[in-house]
Design a protein around this ligand. Structure first.
Ligand code: AHG
Ligand code: MN
Ligand code: MN
Length: 338
């Protein structure tokens, strides 16, 4: 046996091995993760061709967020729907790009999972060839099995997620996910069309070397947020400063900080009193991944995973990454000494 072949672990094989650790598992979650990996491969193929095919630029429509929808946003959204909604594994989908939840279409079996997702994160970076991503969150349904899923199945706190993950279409395409048993990363090998295990058991350092924030918002921040960012920058004599890295794609900034250590912040400000990022399909899945890797995610007052959602597209301030760096944010925003 070719020794390299012996070491190759595809995401499918890894998911299967993980499932074997849980005798009670039915395989439905495993199959759902395969479905998402397939959607990721299809989106990836179009992301890589975006400069050549007619899928750059705006689609001409405005989404529920009031944002211009890019063609690739739409493509990724439709790809996630077509990969998931007929499988019998989901009862409802919820997308950043759709105002209402999307129940399983009539004629298809309604499954036991709700999948919430940001089909394409970092849209402003698509046309300038900067890394973008897809983020997903999986909950077990809470409504009657067999019936179409509803908003109730979507409005669950992050702590109740059964799985969460993201795909980063960067210098290589990486899929990272957790089912509550550690965080694992897979790099896409286009020569064989498979995601291969490349980052088993990701652990994020308690103190990071980076801080990521859009500093142009500084004038609009609460003075405590301004003091916190000054501290991250090393303007406080008793605190070593961090390197500033801000890509403007949450998934790319998050992934770098997850691996290297760092803190990403999108604070509330006078223009966006609840912050910009969406709780259910951006903050909560990344919070689960981060906590599983030993980090922490907060809205500045409490753990993101403990926030009880009231609306599908509700926004939240987000401080996520190395545990001690995020706890410092909570302490400074509460005026309490760290
Ligand atoms: P999306 O493209 O899904 O709307 O997400 C964009 C988000 C996130 O990816 C990024 O961290 C943030 O917007 C950047 O916002 P600013 O441009 O305001 O810094
Ligand atoms: Mn996004
Ligand atoms: Mn998006």
């Amino acid at each position: 046996m070719n020794s390299k072949l012996a070491r190759v672990v595809t995401i499918e094989r890894f998911i299967m091995d993980q499932e074997r650790l849980h005798p009670e598992a039915t395989g439905e979650l495993s199959n759902l993760l395969y479905d998402i990996a397939l959607a990721a491969k299809i989106i990836n193929s179009h992301v890589r061709m975006a400069g050549l095919a007619d899928i750059l630029g705006s689609s001409g429509s405005i989404n529920v967020q009031g944002e211009v929808v890019q063609k690739l946003d739409e493509f990724a959204n439709e790809t996630m729907k077509h990969a998931l909604h007929h499988t019998g594994r989901v009862c409802v989908l919820a997308s950043e790009e759709d105002e209402a939840p999307i129940p399983t279409p009539a004629g298809y079996p309604s499954g036991k999972y709700a999948v919430l997702y940001d089909p394409l994160d970092g849209s402003s970076n698509i046309d300038v060839n900067v890394s973008i991503g897809t983020i997903f969150s999986i909950h077990r349904r809470v409504t009657q099995q067999g019936e179409p899923g509803t908003l109730v199945d979507c409005l669950q706190s992050g702590r109740r997620q059964v799985a969460a993950g993201y795909v980063l279409y960067g210098s290589s395409t990486v899929m990272v996910y957790t089912t509550g048993h550690g965080v694992h990363g897979f790099t896409y090998d286009p020569t064989i069309g498979e995601f291969l295990l490349s980052h088993p058991n990701i652990a994020t350092p308690p103190v990071g070397m980076y801080y990521s924030v859009n500093e142009s918002n500084f004038p609009r921040w609460d003075p405590r947020v301004q003091a916190l960012v000054k501290r991250y920058k090393g303007l406080d004599s008793d605190y070593a400063g961090k390197n500033s890295r801000y890509i403007g794609s949450l998934v790319a900034d998050f992934h770098r900080n997850l691996l290297a250590g760092g803190v990403f912040a999108y604070p509330a400000d006078v223009k966006s009193p609840r912050g910009k990022l969406r709780l259910l399909y951006e903050c909560a899945p990344l919070a689960l991944i981060c906590e599983q890797a030993g980090g922490y995610a907060s809205d500045g007052g409490c753990a993101i995973l403990d926030v009880a959602p009231e609306e599908l597209h509700q926004r939240s301030p987000l401080y996520v990454g190395s545990r001690d760096d995020v706890r410092l944010a909570e302490a400074m925003l509460a005026d309490a000494p760290p």
